[in-house]
Design a protein around this ligand. Structure first.
Ligand code: TEU
Ligand code: CA
Length: 545
């Protein structure tokens, strides 16, 4: 039997995108030594673990999600010894390090692929997914996530290889048992170094069947995940989170079964797709309907309670900044950032904070495509330009959804380049760093930073945050997102005005609510229980014994 309450059930995890966090040597790229310098800041925020986006050896075609050696650190970030230091130093700050495993594909510069493309009888050939064909006529019409065909021709073997992402990210063939064992060996290498867990990139896509057009949730998926678990972290206290765009509320309990045969939890993205035109690309923007957000988040809260485990996130390195996306990054930046944090951190699951989210960092609107670096963005720009979209249209989509919105350097202070680097940053800092930065927010008790700190503290103090069940309140209200959590006699009520317009609830609707103790409010002047100022959010507890 698994421990009924593993550590990660009331943990808060902080995601670091290493190349954008802190540069220590002036080359304009964040690194491991830079992270070590900032551990004190992270400890003061109160987080339990860092999820580190990939720092393995990589040609950086997709910023490290293209790995050429699973057991080495890229010189750009440091060394293996530097990684040992980070693990040891973080431990002194009571912080665990979660590594990012990219097991669906490797880099085309990985030794395995270099061998695989030499000949069909090379022992590594079958580590990848190949199909016969004739040059110029790929096996089928499947498209890669970053544009173009999912098939690339290799003349040496007279075959196409399959890649769901870029040309430089060939998909690994999980049907090959030798490949699977190699990956398990790499995972054990990091376990022996004392890491605290793993985030598994696009793990629902490993069991693909390109002939049938199947990418996620292939028939062998759960068998492979169970074998992976049994050969590596199964039975340990490591936290594991599978990234699964194909997760739904029916299969998520399989991935995150409390008996621990697969992962601790998955990242699912149902709420993340709500502001795009259904069936179209993420670039095709549509306004968020609050009713849809309520419906999706409630479905997940109720659906996983006692059957699986939720991860709670608004942001990551692929997503736009939440305060710009569903809040108000102008006049009400602080209020709306705090409201969105309240809404998320009041729920059941493990909250994730993406670097800078705790400062209310915003999207960036670079004026030209030359300022962008992300492969997905650059490919999209090329494809849409060829397809006849206007420059203005494309830039509007990028300002809203480009992955570089999340990747501008961390804003530490108001000095040059936001204190991120002494050199030239690989991606420009957001010009708003003089107004939004960690130094100012740490010094200001009313800042977004201090509010996140308070939310984390409350989660540690009251088990109802991690254990209570969930009921949506005021389901049909057009502007209020409200819910109740219950644990025994305790009732916690979370009330969030999702918009700028103040709102007042009918007195008879508020009177029966058990609003005895105000735990947290994103305004510092006293609240009138029925009235909500712009983006006002409050958490109450009843006075149970
Ligand atoms: O992302 C998974 C993924 O499907 C992304 O392509 C996602 O759809 C896209 O970013 C949305 O715009 C993971 C990583 O998080 C991402 O950074 C990698 O590029 C990708 O896998 C390939 O490894
Ligand atoms: Ca550096």
């Amino acid at each position: 039997m698994a421990n009924p309450q593993p550590w990660w059930k009331n943990a808060v995890i902080y995601q670091i995108y290493p190349r954008s966090f802190q540069d220590s040597n002036g080359d304009g790229i964040g690194d491991l030594a830079g992270i070590i310098q900032r551990l004190g800041y992270l400890e003061s925020l109160g987080i339990d673990a860092i999820w580190l986006s990939p720092v393995y050896r990589s040609p950086q075609d997709d910023n490290g999600y293209d790995i050429s050696d699973y057991c080495d650190i890229d010189p750009m970030f440091g060394t293996l010894a530097g990684m040992d230091d980070l693990i040891a130093e973080a431990k002194k700050h009571h912080i665990r390090i979660i590594m990012d495993l990219v097991l669906n594909h490797s880099s085309d510069e990985h030794r395995w692929f270099q061998e695989a493309k030499k000949s069909r009888d090379n022992p590594y050939h079958d580590y990848y997914v190949w199909r016969d064909g004739v040059e110029g006529t790929p096996p089928n019409k499947m498209r890669a996530a970053f544009g173009g065909s999912a098939w690339t021709w290799v003349p040496e073997v007279g075959q196409y290889y399959f890649h769901q992402f870029s040309i430089k990210q060939p998909d690994l063939n999980w049907d090959n048992p030798a490949l699977r064992q190699e990956l398990y060996k790499a995972i054990r290498f990091w376990m022996d170094k004392g890491v605290g867990g793993f985030r598994l990139d696009v793990i629902d896509q490993i069991a693909k069947d390109p002939d049938l057009g199947i990418t996620s949730n292939g028939p062998m998926l759960h068998a492979y995940i169970r074998e992976l678990n049994a050969n590596t972290f199964g039975g340990t206290d490591l936290v594991t989170v599978g990234e699964a765009w194909g997760a739904n509320v029916r299969n998520a309990p399989i991935f995150s079964d409390p008996r621990g045969k697969e992962f601790s939890m998955v990242f699912q993205f149902e709420h993340i797709g709500l502001d795009q035109i259904p069936g179209k690309a993420k670039w095709d923007l549509a306004p968020l309907q609050l009713s849809a957000l309520k419906e999706v988040l409630t479905k997940w809260q109720v659906g996983l309670h006692s059957k699986g485990w939720n991860s709670l996130f608004w942001n990551n390195h692929d997503l736009p900044r939440i305060v710009s996306r569903w809040g108000n990054d102008g006049a009400y930046r602080q209020e709306s950032a705090k409201m969105l944090a309240t809404l998320l951190h009041g729920m059941q699951g493990t909250p994730y904070i993406y670097q800078g989210e705790e400062l209310g960092m915003t999207n960036v609107a670079f004026p030209t495509i030359d300022d962008y670096r992300d492969i997905e963005t650059l490919n999209m720009y090329r494809e849409r330009t060829q397809a006849g979209y206007s420059e203005a249209d494309i830039l509007r989509s990028l300002h809203a959804k480009s992955r570089d919105n999340a990747r501008t350097p961390m804003q530490w202070d108001a000095t040059a380049n936001a204190g991120f680097t002494d050199g030239t940053p690989w991606l420009q800092v957001n010009p708003n760093y003089t107004a939004i930065n960690a130094a100012d927010e740490v010094a200001d008790a009313g800042s977004v930073f201090h509010y996140y700190q308070a939310l984390i503290r409350l989660r540690k103090q009251y088990p109802i945050f991690s254990e209570g069940d969930f009921t949506l309140l005021f389901a049909d209200h057009p502007a209020l997102f409200a819910y109740q959590r219950r644990l025994g006699d305790q009732v916690m009520t979370v009330l969030c005005n999702f918009y700028e317009e103040p709102l007042t609830l009918p007195a008879d609707a508020v009177a029966p609510l058990p609003l005895d103790t105000l735990l947290l409010d994103n305004y510092d002047t006293p609240a009138d229980a029925a009235h909500f100022r712009p983006y006002e959010a409050r958490i109450y507890l009843n006075n149970a014994e």
